[in-house]
Design a binder for this molecule. Structure first.
Ligand SMILES: [Zn+2]
Length: 345
């Protein structure tokens, strides 16, 4: 799927090491405790100090790796600012610890900060019950629907604290870093107000999870917005990014390797979802729930962590096609009945 992309550096840095990857930008990696086992983070030279972009998931190992980088890689200069692309735990995870350690401000978008605050809250029974009902309506059995009730605890493990205040960035914000302008381009669909950072002077895009080279970013209906249509937002964001960016830029993604070929990758991602949508319409010749769609969309065995993402992703395709008028929903009348979708003829 990546035959048209060019990867200028084939070997990523080992955790604790940093590699210069673009003018003023150093690439580092942290481990993640998931099937997706790493995240790329960025350390930007910033005058008398440094700007960090994204933080890593809160593991002791990640804190130790940061301490090594602070001791060996900062040339005695302080971290002045922490920018977070979006609220997912591998990105905002250690923001509380980093901003306290350096007495540095957090810069992020309003919706990402608010989502982090909401997800890091002590889970209550009403929310757990609502999440379980969400999974039952999507067609999971009562055992599997427990995954959704548990997921909020998972977020808090990765994000033990969210900084109590932030400096707001939004679409078009110009951030000056070391004399260069990095412009914020907001993407939607993967997260509510995901910040990508583009430096026109050097032709570099810090893409976060909005555009990834080897995997398709997770686009999921979330329990707190059960009728949401994140795939429509994501596809619109791909168009927006393609229009806003020149073709020959270096893309720095949060997972896998930096690459050239942003238009090719955007087109592949759009084509991937179009192909998925065709499969969903074909499968929905008879009424299907989101759970019933999982074997169609995911031919591999899913672990519990992946199951949550997979169900959200199946719902995203169903809701998108419902919005496009290709599917209709049969909700069975009662509030807790399984929602099934069938193709319009
Ligand atoms: Zn993400």
């Amino acid at each position: 799927m990546d035959g048209s992309l060019e990867f200028p550096v084939a070997t990523p840095p080992v955790p604790g090491d940093t590699v210069p990857i673009a003018p003023g930008v150093h690439w580092l990696r942290m481990r993640l405790p998931f099937a997706l086992n790493h995240i790329n983070l960025w350390l930007l030279e910033d005058g008398p100090g440094w700007t960090i972009v994204d933080c890593g998931y809160a593991l002791d190992e990640t804190r130790d790796t940061w301490q090594r980088i602070f001791a060996e890689r900062l040339a005695g200069r302080p971290v002045r600012r922490v920018i977070v692309t979006h609220y997912h735990p591998d990105h905002i995870g250690l923001a509380g610890w980093l901003t306290e350690r350096w007495e540095a401000p957090l810069w992020t978008t309003e919706k990402e900060w608010l989502h982090a605050q909401t997800h890091a809250r002590e889970p209550d029974e009403a929310t757990a019950a609502f999440r379980r009902a969400f999974a039952l309506r999507a067609g999971l059995d009562s055992d599997a629907s427990g995954i959704f009730a548990e997921r909020q605890g998972g977020y808090r493990r990765g994000v033990p604290s969210v900084p109590p205040a932030y400096r707001r960035i939004g679409d078009g914000t110009a951030i000056e870093i070391d004399g260069r302008v990095w412009r914020v381009i907001i993407g939607e669909g993967h997260a509510p107000e995901h910040a990508c950072l583009f430096c026109a002077e050097t032709g570099v895009l810090i893409a976060g999870d909005q555009i990834l080279p080897r995997i398709s970013p997770n686009i999921s209906v979330q329990t707190q917005e059960p009728d949401g249509d994140p795939l429509a937002r994501y596809l619109a964001s791909l168009k927006k990014l393609r229009a806003a960016l020149p073709p020959d830029i270096l893309v720095l993604p949060s997972h896998n390797l930096p690459f050239y070929g942003v238009y090719e990758r955007i087109d592949e991602l759009a084509a991937h979802h179009a192909a998925r949508c065709d499969e969903v319409i074909a499968a929905c010749a008879r009424p299907l729930s989101a759970a019933g769609l999982l074997p169609v969309l995911f031919r591999r065995q899913l672990d519990r962590h992946q199951m949550g993402f997979a169900l959200g992703e199946a719902l995203a395709h169903l809701h998108y096609l419902e919005g496009q008028g290709a599917l209709v929903r049969e909700s069975g009348g009662s509030a807790d009945a399984v929602n099934r979708f069938v193709a319009c003829h």
